[in-house]
Design a binder for this molecule. Structure first.
Ligand code: 13P
Length: 319
């Protein structure tokens, strides 16, 4: 059942966080649904601009609609990740998305406000909620690369003004994480003091943590042992920090890189062991349960495991 992102946040706020996972194909979708059913967890599927262009945006929509039928007990929202203004409008008009993210965080504050406000107006007219971003994360996301020195944390006072002026429904904050596999190479970490200040300024407003992959050491080691060349110092967020962040109003935790690592590891190990094989389904059959297992572990860390029945009840009571 596809529900609004707003409903998921209402259920989670201050108690647990909902995992938001990026998908690009059918194998990832199958693993994602299976894992969340196993964990009895609600979740968010994120589609990026790159994912929409990878095959065709209609392909991903078709896959998600099919999964909704294959797994009728699933409760989830569909979200556009890091949209520009035009892509947001496309998704709003499609009628398929529960929420969109407008990312104008690279623009000056006033410009970010103006763009976000336009998207909010169009989205709200159709009952779709909007995630906006203030501050700048380091790392690589799609075609945008931000050096650590250009990254800057969200200013809590500015965050209050930004949300008031734009009317956005949730706020992606820069709180020390970054996109990709090399987050905390220099020993950085989540700035819980900043999250706490933002929550004080914006009580009840769902916050979003981007760049939340944990980049498991053993995953990186296995990839490199099977011929990969991930750099030394690949490091991510400690998953024990998801729940403390959730208690401070972080309702959505974005995880993309970790899923790619599982996929890369499975493919590399499979073809290294079986160089004569050319049936991609053989490795896909390993990937799907491996990704599902990964999703179960993340749902447990996020505190979303076991919440499925209660979220479904809330959703049905609002129909
Ligand atoms: P990771 O690169 O840490 O998975 O972050 C993904 C993300 O924030 C997508 O918006």
């Amino acid at each position: 059942m596809i529900v609004t992102t707003k409903l998921l946040f209402e259920h989670a706020y201050g108690k647990y966080a909902v995992g938001a996972y990026n998908i690009n194909n059918a194998e990832q979708a199958m693993g994602l649904f299976k894992g969340n059913i196993d964990a009895k967890s609600p979740f968010i599927i994120q589609i990026s601009k790159g994912a929409r262009a990878y095959t065709d945006k209609r392909m991903l929509e078709g896959i998600i609609r099919a999964c909704d039928e294959i797994f009728p007990e699933a409760v989830f929202a569909v979200h556009l990740d890091h949209g520009d203004e035009q892509t947001c409008y496309d998704c709003i008009d499609s009628g398929f998305y529960s929420s969109v993210m407008i990312d104008a965080s690279h623009d000056p504050f006033e410009e970010n406000v103006a763009i976000t406000k336009r998207v909010v107006e169009r989205a709200h007219a159709k009952g779709i909620s909007v995630e906006a971003e203030l501050g700048q994360l380091g790392g690589v996301e799609e075609d945008i690369q931000v050096d650590e020195k250009n990254a800057h944390l969200t200013d809590p006072d500015e965050a209050k003004i930004f949300v008031e002026q734009t009317g956005c429904d949730s706020l992606a904050c820069a709180i020390g994480t970054s996109h990709g596999a090399y987050k905390f190479t220099g020993g950085q970490g989540i700035h819980f003091d900043v999250v706490g200040e933002i929550q004080k300024q914006l009580p009840g407003v769902p916050l979003v943590m981007h760049g939340s992959s944990s980049v498991p050491e053993d995953e990186v080691a296995r990839i490199n042992a099977a011929g990969g060349k991930l750099k030394e110092g690949a490091k991510g967020v400690d998953i024990k920090q998801y729940l403390p962040a959730a208690k401070l109003g972080v309702c959505k935790v974005n995880i993309d890189t970790d899923g790619r690592l599982v996929w890369t590891r499975v493919l590399r190990e499979f073809f290294l062991a079986k160089p004569e094989d050319f049936d991609l389904r053989s490795s896909g059959k390993i990937f799907i349960p491996e990704y599902a297992k990964f999703i179960v572990s993340r749902s447990e860390a996020l505190g979303s495991a076991g919440q499925l029945d209660s979220v479904r009840e809330l959703a049905l009571s609002k129909k």
